[in-house]
Design a protein around this ligand. Structure first.
Ligand code: URP
Ligand code: ZN
Ligand code: ZN
Length: 442
């Protein structure tokens, strides 16, 4: 199997040039101008389009049993939608509850994905308690190539860990060289506010945001940073929705805490001024990545579980298909973000942080041939009527986009052509990571 992508403008965070990319089997084997290819090679003319490294979504939920229900996508539907949006690798949060056995969960989450994903995938390992068995189990899982953990400071009693468990998880992560991703919200304040609002008859969805004010997130971010400081572990804040939390993360970094930051849509959407601060930090590279926190719950049958009690609305929204197009449109096309920074946020930084680089996240000889030919002349509108995620609403209904992937490849095989999925539904592979797998980090 060979593929030649000709005349596109290749963009990575470090360089850009109009050139050809030749791929043999699963990898990029040559980059240059005027490349020839043997007979039988599929040739794609990318003139007038960009060629980006396949995008990486560092935070998705495909299977998420949460708040009495389960997300709607399967790996079959989620990976197709991801690919149509240019995402060739996603990192799923394996999220067992406190009562589940970690090894059972690891087997279950892998089993749901195996053979069912059209794009490559790997897992952040959710640590929801730290008991006598957890350390040995985590050592086994890390040796198996899953080199990132996930902890929740929120959702105490279900996903959330205690301070002692957080500390123990970080000590182990430091020893193993594993990065710990964290949902940083102060659980105690949220539950007290929820209780108070419900008692006052404030039960509608408009009380969701006030029950999680910005201070809750700023405290959570600061709290996590303090634990990183005490243990020396590396961390990654998975949600950042406001300027106060951003300041807490930046202050921690200035103290030398190794903390990466991601922007997503939830915890609650905030003020426009918060949005502007986050876009600005993203354009400057202060925020490293943009993950979707894709959590597809249907509007009709699932979000409605919270009618009359906002604390019962399953949290999360679908976005796996829309992330890169929104980032390109409102960051690059209509914003001040450079294309290089766009590629870093959509792909390269996630690969570097999560032990996938340079196999993923760049356009280089020897890297996997995961490529996005991106058409900046495309104009469209996001809608649930046309999206591919298995969910009955779009959080971005009617929002315009200024570009889209025209062709997407997964390890050298075309998965999307003219914006439509044409790939092998089972091509996706589990990506084992870290030193035991010979991966590099930078
Ligand atoms: O509201 C959200 N983010 N739902 C998904 C679960 C999580 O917090 O990651
Ligand atoms: Zn979260
Ligand atoms: Zn999440």
């Amino acid at each position: 199997m060979s593929l030649l992508i000709k005349n596109g403008e290749i963009v990575t965070p470090g360089w850009r040039a109009v050139a050809d990319i030749y791929c043999e089997d699963e990898t990029i084997t040559a980059i240059g101008t005027g490349l020839d290819a043997p007979a039988g090679t599929e040739v794609i003319d990318a003139a007038g389009q960009y060629v980006f490294p396949g995008f990486i979504d560092p935070h998705v939920h495909i299977h998420l049993p949460f708040m009495g229900t389960v997300t709607k996508d399967t790996h079959a539907t989620g990976s197709r939608a991801a690919l149509i949006g240019g995402t060739t690798t996603y990192i799923e949060m394996m999220a067992p509850s406190r009562t589940e056995d970690l090894m059972d969960a690891y087997t279950q989450w892998q089993g749901l994905a195996a053979g069912n994903s059209a794009c490559d995938y790997t897992f952040h390992i959710g640590v929801s308690r730290f008991d006598d068995q957890t350390e040995a189990q985590l050592r086994t899982i890390v040796a198996d190539g899953m080199t990132s953990f996930k902890v929740f400071l929120a959702y105490k009693g279900f996903f959330g860990v205690s301070d002692e468990e957080l500390y123990q998880t970080l000590v182990l992560a430091k020893e193993l060289g594993v990065i710990v991703t964290a949902h940083c919200e102060n659980s105690g304040i949220i539950s007290q506010l929820q209780e108070r609002f419900l008692a006052e008859g404030k039960t509608g969805p408009e009380w969701h945001e006030p029950s999680r004010p910005v201070a809750v997130e700023a405290e959570g971010t600061n709290h996590f940073a303090a634990f990183l400081e005490a243990t020396g572990a590396r961390g990654y804040v998975v949600h950042l929705s406001n300027e106060r939390a951003l300041e807490a993360a930046v202050a921690a970094r200035q103290r030398g805490v190794p903390l990466a930051i991601a922007a997503v849509m939830s915890p609650p959407l905030r003020e426009r001024s918060d949005g502007a601060a986050l876009w600005n930090a993203l354009a400057q590279g202060i925020i490293d990545t943009v993950g979707t926190d894709h959590a597809p719950f249907d509007f009709e049958a699932q979000k409605s579980m919270g009618k009359g009690d906002f604390t019962k609305i399953p949290n999360g929204m679908p976005a796996i298909e829309d992330r890169a197009n929104l980032l390109y449109t409102y960051g690059v096309s209509r914003g001040a973000m450079t294309l290089e920074r766009f590629v870093a946020a959509a792909s390269t930084r996630a690969a570097q942080l999560f032990d996938l680089y340079p196999r993923k996240g760049t356009v280089a000889v020897g890297s996997d041939a995961d490529l996005v030919v991106y058409d900046p002349s495309y104009r469209g509108t996001i809608s649930a009527a046309t999206h591919h995620m298995n969910v009955d609403y779009s959080a971005f209904e009617g929002v315009a986009i200024d570009g889209r992937p025209s062709t997407v490849t997964v390890r050298g095989a075309v998965a999307v052509r003219d914006g439509e999925f044409v790939g092998d539904p089972g091509r996706g592979r589990l990506l084992r990571r870290g030193p035991s797998q010979g991966a590099n980090r930078s």
